[in-house]
Write a protein that binds this ligand. Sequence first.
Ligand SMILES: Nc1ncnc2c1ncn2[C@@H]1O[C@H](COP(=O)(O)OP(=O)(O)O)[C@@H](O)[C@H]1O
Ligand SMILES: [Mg+2]
Length: 307
Amino acid sequence: MISVSNLKKSYDSIQALKGISFQIEKGEFFGLLGPNGAGKTTTISILSTIVEPSEGTVSIAGFDLKKNPAECKKTIGVVPQEIALYNELSAYDNLLFWGGLYGVPSAELKTRSEEILKLFGLYDRRNDKVKTYSGGMKRRINIASALLHKPVVLFMDEPTVGIDPQSRNLIFEVVEKLHKEGMTIVYTTHYMEEAERFCDRIGIIDDGRIIAQGSLEELKKSCQMKETIVVSFVLLSDTIFDQIVSEWKDLKRIENSIHFYSSNVKSDLAKIIIRCSETGLDIVHIDIQKVNLETIFLSLTGKQLRD
Ligand SMILES: Nc1ncnc2c1ncn2[C@@H]1O[C@H](COP(=O)(O)OP(=O)(O)O)[C@@H](O)[C@H]1O
Ligand SMILES: [Mg+2]
């Protein structure tokens, strides 16, 4: 559905994108995960024809973005990072305005706007001016306005930053519903929980490059990261620790705890508990640290995802 090849973008001296490539299948939920300044918005802006790339090609639904921008635009709905709404207009009038821009015929636009206001839980407030809305409500209208022309592809650029939990949950529900109905979604975020929860595949972006991509399982495998079983003891003598070290390949001692690195937590956990009880060690705490996108990002870049 979407094919991006060797995309580059420079703003004067800043190279925002240094050669980005990815493919997205029809109906796929693709996440672009990366810290601030990684190049997520630049990528989305190019894909939605707002910004021209310095190099590289994009095709959407079989249309080349450069040769056929009008056809590409019909296919996509865009939820920009910065909310663009008319504060002096009501939510309903905002939708009529944006739907008109997308070329939705006026009779259809009215019913479509009403449907969508209901979907986003704002039908009762439809005639209130947007300036009276909370940030989360504005964000909901912002997303709603991208859906009026029934696009088959939806771009969402950090749609949950700085909004209340109620709006966030509603947005999650709508996004999951759209995905189930077969919409292709490109979703940027710096929250690894969101990427893990929704995305079929994830591209990890840092400093203008995609440094890894695949499903969560594929990313975990490609990083060859292991999960950690942290076992803390009342007391860990050197003699007993030496004994355990000789039996277990991959571990690290931190004071009275041992970090066991494991590729199979289920079977290793049982072994560890049995072995510790045989040696007379008193366990006070066990913690299992899973591999997640945060730890994968850390292992790939040496940086935290969040600043
Ligand atoms: N209009 C612009 N002019 C100059 N530099 C820009 C502009 N837009 C983005 N950049 C720079 O490009 C890089 C990528 O930015 P951006 O795509 O907004 O990242 P993200 O959305 O991942 O936070 C950053 O270093 C940013 O400062
Ligand atoms: Mg951004």
